[in-house]
Design a protein. Sequence first.
Length: 133
Amino acid sequence: TSCDADQPVERPEWWDEVPVPERAEPVDGASVLAAIGRGPTVAYSEVYGTRVDADTVLEASRSALEEVGFEYGGLDPVPDLGPDVQQQYWFPGRLPDDFFMVLTLGPETLEALGFGDLAEPGGVVVVVSYFPS
């Protein structure tokens, strides 16, 4: 017997409510997503390169996401991915087990992974992802 291939996670209808990170430009993030284990069958994700530091991105994201009604779940470092990687958890409130994440990859991690050119000097790469239940 064979199993059907996993389908990519679809872009949620409410995705347009998600604010774009401050001073960010979309980048081709397929290789970044593969490197951090966030393929299209795991989560719907978009990747941005920024000109600002992680703290600025995360503070702005928190304020903007709370404004559109997302419930804040916390902030954690992710040392398994790199020394300057942080992630915020959010609950969009659409379905009980769905969650949304804002992940920042800092300059040291970007260089180690070979993605140093995706962010401006001093900036971070931001991955925003939706994980359906």
